[in-house]
Design a protein around this ligand. Structure first.
Ligand code: PLP
Length: 393
């Protein structure tokens, strides 16, 4: 069996968990009242803020990305408030649906499944809201379903240009610790992320970062409930208030190890690693695309994420290729989330604990799979990807 050996889950979350993270979690239950755990939790906050590039506040929740979505919304909104959802795939739509569930009025601007946010259209919409009825603008930095990367600094410039007071809330669940992101320099008011992607820790922790403007909105938000309230979590009087109950002890140890790894590499070096590996993947797709139907979902390289890559081939070859790679070669590719026909689409996750040999391995396996399945494709993809890794392309 060629698939025996270490399996590689190359889907966009949960990402590959480093052995160092897993070992840090393998321990007896710690004391949650005094001692090391309490100090360790306090030490996580500045390191989380360093990854988010913010000097403001960070709250940790026990929950996944969906929990962080709801936490962020509940702290800034009241029933009947209007939010503008900038949809570039499945994830911002999901965040908007959650806002609707809280009793918030949601207006969706949809930019389709192959493009980024059209800033000119957003500017027009904001100009048509002179009374500032829109309380918040929701955007995803990287939409994991399409692998588009939105221009968040540009979005802030549009809000500023319109003199609009809406909060800018951004989902960085797929991008944090992969694609460059600057919360404060880009003027983001609220940012949400989760543990299981660029942060290389098992699913189960959600994070909300927010500035003082967002906290002022918290002062009048009537959607907020006790558990989701971010205030006790950022200024706890006792250890229990960090989490409104028992701490996620083992996740915290895992996260500590992951943040150490990011700190040792340096966040800019982490971004650069993801950028080079993404370019290697794109170079392979450019060569494959010379023949046959295989295409990247996002045509413009400047709009592509460095954490995840969505691609399409002739139906049902996406499904056939995924099944071959998993069953014969030990690599699991991601499904085409929310796409039609679903069996034409697939995604590669290259977020977090990923290096050149893993990415080159995925590409070589895909090449073998397309050959075995007689899926037409251009030649030279592996040479092209290797040239990127070698630094000559
Ligand atoms: C993964 C992801 C989510 C959802 O996170 P869960 O932990 O599955 O709830 C939301 N937004 C983006 C951009 C994601 O990549």
């Amino acid at each position: 069996m060629l698939s025996n050996g270490r399996h590689y889950l190359a889907i966009p979350g949960p990402s590959v968990m480093p052995d160092r993270v897993l070992s840090a979690m393998h321990r007896a239950a710690p004391n949650i009242y005094t001692g090391q755990l309490i100090e360790m939790t306090q030490g996580l906050i500045p390191d989380l803020k360093a990854v988010a590039r913010t000097a403001h506040h960070a709250a940790i929740y026990i929950g996944n990305g969906h929990a962080a979505w709801e936490a962020a919304l509940a702290n800034i909104l009241s029933r009947g408030d209007l939010v503008l959802v900038l949809a570039t795939g499945r994830f911002c739509l999901g965040w908007g649906t959650m806002a609707q569930g809280l009793g918030v009025q949601v207006e969706v601007m949809d930019f389709g499944w192959q493009d980024d946010i059209d800033l000119a259209r957003v500017a027009e919409r904001l100009a048509a809201d002179p009374d500032g009825r829109i309380r918040a603008v929701l955007a995803v930095h990287v939409d994991t379903s399409t692998s588009v990367r939105n221009d968040i600094a540009g979005l802030r410039a549009v809000l500023d240009g319109a003199g609009h007071p809406a909060l800018l809330a951004v989902d960085c669940i797929a991008s944090l610790g992969c694609d460059a992101f600057e919360m404060d320099a880009w003027g983001v008011d609220v940012m949400v992320t989760a543990s299981q992607k660029g942060l290389m820790t098992p699913p189960g922790l959600g994070f909300v970062f927010f500035n003082d403007k967002a906290d002022a909105a918290r002062g009048r938000a009537d959607c907020v409930t006790g558990y989701w309230d971010w205030r006790p979590r950022v200024a706890p009087e006792g250890y229990y208030q960090y989490f409104d109950g028992t701490a996620p002890t083992h996740h915290l140890y895992g996260l500590r190890a992951a943040l150490d790894m990011i700190g040792e590499e340096g966040i800019e070096a982490v971004w650069a690693r993801h950028a080079t590996l993404a370019r290697a993947i794109w170079a392979a797709f450019d060569a494959w695309g010379q023949e046959g139907a295989l295409r990247l979902n996002i045509a413009d390289p400047a709009k592509r994420s460095h954490a995840v890559t969505a691609a399409v081939m002739a139906s049902p070859d996406g499904d056939r290729l995924r099944a071959w790679c998993e069953g014969v070669a030990g690599v699991t590719l991601g499904i085409g989330l929310g796409r039609d026909p679903a069996d034409a689409y697939f995604r590669i996750g290259h977020m977090g604990h990923v290096n050149a040999h893993m990415v080159l391995g995925v590409l070589a396996v895909m090449e073998a799979g397309m050959t075995a399945l007689a899926i037409p494709h251009g030649r030279g993809a592996l040479d092209a990807a290797a040239d990127v890794v070698a630094g000559v392309r």
